[in-house]
Design a protein around this ligand. Structure first.
Ligand code: HEM
Length: 474
């Protein structure tokens, strides 16, 4: 007979407020006090269920019919109502099938090679700036032209370049996503604008005291967010129209995701609801780069704080890649770099929790989960739980020396089950290329408290970027 979930003794409202305002501390507190799961009553009668046991997380995520996704609502529906990150059931199955080939083996290779080329472009710019030049910058149309360098400042006396690492990583991964997933070459100007839009969206989606408030409360959006959402949708529409013309006149021949979507429009087996292609493109413009950029910013912050680990990565990269452009062919041999990235995803998971919402009462392990419960499965606190990881707060890539991350139940940065990340292999491959290109030549330093202001938005975001300094490494 299933039992009721435990409830923390504090009043519901107090918990809901703490969840919204001190999210990560709250999660860690709950994680240490409850072995399996806990139910937190929220104003208006619903509840939040926090699952703290990794076996139960796997169970819930393998049953999307019992634990479906939270439908896009409020501001998120302004960008995409039913792209692959939001959809469920038959529509999700159809879309995953239509787009599958865009993420299969050869696409991973090509993604890795694209990151290698783009990171080399970035390091060329850093090198030039450090050597006293302006550096080549790229215009919005993909051509080379003077364009903003996003607040980079070179100091010839100290031989250091100050920059916002997260802006740099966002710009690079955004351009890679456009090229490798959507078959579009975009320049620095547009990538910079996208960074600003993502910052505005981050503020709009940030958890706060009203996060656990009843859904019927209206959620007004700011004019800036309205502009950002329109910017993303207009960009998606422009890309789609351009590709339709290119396919009609035979001037585009790569089988990227956008092409695959358009080629299936007349297939009687495929039924796209209105705006489906636009929703998919908007979804991938965001999902295809944001988490990857975050993960690279966090990994480099950790490397900055652990110079001995950075030195070991550098040694591996110099041996494996030498002076070549990092490329997929180097992937398998950049083993330690891969362990470093896996460990960074443990401590700073860009997706800090997976969210679901029940529609009916269901069972989870021995427990009864009521209908209409928000179900939260937090990578943030499970990855830092000493029951599952020795010395959980320590950045120690050697913990992966003889353990494959996929084999560790309590480790799920890309989630698990049918909705697990479709871009996982892209991210794992791209990260090794990007880190290789940067670490072999530069020391990127991040102040000790550079990640103190992390914000709980649907992703884990640094409040005001990641201010950093770059120097040539020895
Ligand atoms: C470090 C990088 C990344 C992390 C940590 C990450 C994390 C995740 C997580 C946790 C989910 C599950 C969401 C859920 O179950 O509701 C997910 C799903 C997804 N991710 Fe990623 N992701 C990353 C990179 C990427 C990339 C590079 C792409 C695109 C190429 C991508 C596209 C997607 C899509 C489309 C889904 C939805 C899959 C589905 O439901 O079928 N992600 N990701």
């Amino acid at each position: 007979m299933a039992r009721e979930l435990p409830t923390p003794p504090e009043a519901g409202l107090v918990n809901a407020l703490r969840f919204g305002t001190q999210t990560f501390r709250f999660l860690e507190g709950v994680q240490s006090r409850f072995e399996d799961a806990v139910s937190i009553p929220v104003a208006g009668g619903g509840s939040l269920v926090l699952v703290t046991n990794p076996s139960l997380v796997h169970d819930a995520l393998s049953r999307p019919e019992d634990f479906p996704r939270v439908p896009a609502q409020g501001p998120s529906s302004m960008i995409s109502e039913q792209g692959l990150v939001q959809s469920e059931g038959d529509l999700w199955r159809q879309q995953r099938e239509v787009m599958g080939d865009a993420f299969a083996g050869p696409a991973v290779r090509s993604y890795g090679d694209t990151v290698g080329r783009r990171v080399e472009e970035l390091t060329d710019e850093w090198r030039t700036a450090l050597s006293g030049g302006d550096g080549p910058t790229t215009a919005a149309d993909g051509g080379t032209a003077a364009a903003p360098t996003g607040g980079r400042r070179a100091d010839p006396v100290s031989g250091e370049l100050s920059l916002n690492l997260h802006r740099e990583m966002t710009s690079m991964t955004f351009r890679v996503a456009c090229e490798a997933i959507l078959g579009e070459t975009v320049g620095r100007g547009l990538a910079d604008r996208f960074y600003e839009w993502m910052a505005v969206a981050g503020e709009e989606f940030e958890f706060d005291a009203t996060t656990a408030a009843p859904e019927w409360l209206p959620t007004p959006v700011s004019a800036e967010f309205d502009d950002a959402a329109n910017g993303v949708l207009t960009l998606a529409e422009t890309m789609i129209e351009r590709r339709r013309r290119q396919l009609a006149d035979g001037t585009h021949d790569s089988m990227d995701m956008l092409t695959l979507l358009l080629l299936r429009e007349d297939d009687p087996e495929v039924d796209y609801p209105p705006n489906q292609i636009r929703d998919e493109v908007a979804t991938f413009l965001i999902a295809g780069h944001e988490t990857t950029a975050l993960s690279l910013s966090y990994t480099q912050s950790l490397l900055a704080w652990h110079p001995e680990i950075r030195a070991r990565v550098r040694e591996e990269v110099r041996e494996v890649v030498g002076d070549e452009t990092p490329a997929y062919e180097h992937y398998a041999d950049l083993e330690y770099t891969g362990q470093v990235y896996a460990e960074a995803l443990r401590l700073y998971p860009p997706a800090w929790a997976v969210f679901r919402r029940t529609t009916e009462p269901v069972e989870l392990g021995d427990y009864r989960v009521p209908a209409d419960a928000g179900v939260i499965m937090p990578q943030w606190s499970i990855h830092r739980d000493e029951r599952y990881f020795d010395r959980p707060d320590e950045f120690d890539p050697s913990r992966w020396d003889d353990r494959r991350p996929e084999a560790v139940e309590a480790y799920f940065p890309f989630s698990v089950g049918p909705h697990a990340c479709i871009g996982r292999q892209f991210a794992l491959t791209g990260a090794r290329m990007a880190l290789a290109g940067i670490v072999r030549e530069f020391d990127v330093d991040v102040p000790a408290h550079g990640l103190d202001d992390l914000r709980a938005t649907p992703t884990l975001r640094p409040g005001d970027g990641v201010p950093s300094t770059v120097r040539f490494a020895e």
